[in-house]
Design a protein around this ligand. Structure first.
Ligand code: HEM
Length: 377
């Protein structure tokens, strides 16, 4: 199975070929935690993350070799499992730099990236406070759900007393591909998702659209990125009652191949100019792919890395299902531009509802011997 080194120029889990499983957690730093405590937490997290991504237990003694009368350092459920392509990606929320009350708890306000402000309220947003925001985040991706959950569980255990989980999300199937070596998966609407994504094999696109450049500022963030997370409920029962024609019109691609409705195969560029009937283009003006396309968004692109979720059901027997959308971009403005366009005009809005939202800045990768976020301090 795949093993991805933790210590890299950019953090792993971004252009890494999207794994099948996700456990994502947002944390709030506990009251009374000092700047020194926060640094120590990031150091502890770094050591543990490097061990787990290499397939090792957390701590000096791990899950079964420690003192018999003490709780094991590692919780043990990944014992004997391979690393399963585990990546652990850390991010910092706007409130880490200045909390809602305007307090700079860790002496970081002056180092806050100018772009790291709360996302605007988009038309149609129905955000729940308990599924939004957070001082810190950890994205754990792996090809085995037990390995991803083990990572979040042990990192939150290590954080005990210093930071606690604010909200978390499990994802069971990737809804994107981030490498041309991967087949395009499908989301819960049954459509191929990730076709026109930024891929690892496009370094020029990554430089232009994904990584914070040295001249973008602040200097400590060069080689980092911005992570947007949106919990998007899909009203799949309504979707499942609509015709195939309507479904394809809403997306702008065909369901079998994922080809644009203007013709060709999956990776053919959509042609938005071809007229189907004189008064109606083949790709509808409200189709998702038209509104999300760089042609409608000042040429901006984002790297999508989301997951399907089903978190049980409501009292009417409807699945609490959807897409846990994650995207990485050089500036939050790339996401905001696309999402404003979608929120205003997308035909998909009849079938989805954004219920959770968070923005984090993802520092560059840590060098061996250092820790994630070190250049910030
Ligand atoms: C493309 C589904 C939300 C941005 C697509 C495609 C599908 C899809 C099926 C076509 C295949 C592909 O190129 O990947 C969905 C669903 C969503 C959702 C079901 C919600 C539940 C979003 C959001 C954004 C977004 C919130 C960003 C704000 C994009 C972009 C493309 C795309 C940039 C590629 C457009 C292009 O260049 O052709 N989406 N999407 N999507 N989507 Fe979404």
């Amino acid at each position: 199975g795949a093993v991805y080194p933790f210590y890299q120029k950019h953090q792993a889990g971004i252009v890494t070929p999207a794994q099948d499983r996700l456990h994502f957690a947002a944390f709030d730093v506990a009251d009374g935690t000092t700047r020194a405590d926060l640094i120590e937490l990031l150091q502890d997290w770094t050591v543990a993350a490097a061990a787990m991504t290499a397939g090792a237990d957390v701590g000096d003694y791990g899950s079964v070799s420690g003192p018999y009368d003490a709780p094991p350092e590692d919780t043990g459920e990944a014992l004997g499992l391979p690393p399963a392509g585990l990546t652990i990606t850390f991010g910092f929320g706007p409130t880490l730099f200045q909390n809602a009350a305007g307090v700079d708890r860790f002496g970081l306000a002056a180092r806050r990236p100018a772009d790291l402000v709360e996302l605007p309220h988009f038309p149609g947003d129905m955000l729940e406070e308990t599924r939004s925001g957070g001082d810190l985040c950890i994205q754990a991706c792996a090809n085995d759900p037990q390995v991803a959950v083990h990572a979040i569980r042990n990192l939150s255990r290590i954080a005990f007393g210093r930071a606690a989980i604010r909200w978390s999300q499990l994802g069971f199937g990737r809804t994107s591909s981030t490498s041309t070596s991967q087949a395009t998966p499908r989301n819960l609407f049954g459509f191929k998702d990730g076709t026109a994504n930024i891929k690892a094999e496009e370094p020029a696109a990554a430089t232009e659209h994904l990584w914070v450049g040295a001249s973008d500022g602040p200097a400590w963030l060069a080689g980092g990125s911005y992570l947007v997370a949106r919990r998007i409920r899909m009203t799949i029962e309504t979707w499942d009652r609509t015709s195939l024609r309507e479904q394809e019109t809403v997306i702008g691609r065909d369901k079998r191949e994922g080809a644009p409705l203007s013709g060709g195969t999956e990776f053919t560029e959509p042609d938005f100019t071809i007229a189907g009937r004189a008064d109606q283009p083949l790709i509808d003006t409200a189709a998702h792919v038209r509104l999300a396309h760089p042609a409608q968004n000042d040429g901006l692109r984002i790297l999508r890395r989301g997951y399907n979720f089903v978190d049980g059901n409501d009292s009417l027997g409807r699945l609490d299902a959807g897409l846990f959308f994650i995207s990485f971009q050089r500036t939050p403005a790339s996401f905001t531009t696309v999402q404003l366009n979608l929120a205003r005009h997308d035909a998909l809005n009849e079938y989805i509802r954004h219920v959770g939202s968070a923005l984090f800045v993802v520092p560059p990768g840590a060098a061996e011997g250092s820790y994630v976020g070190a250049p910030l301090f």
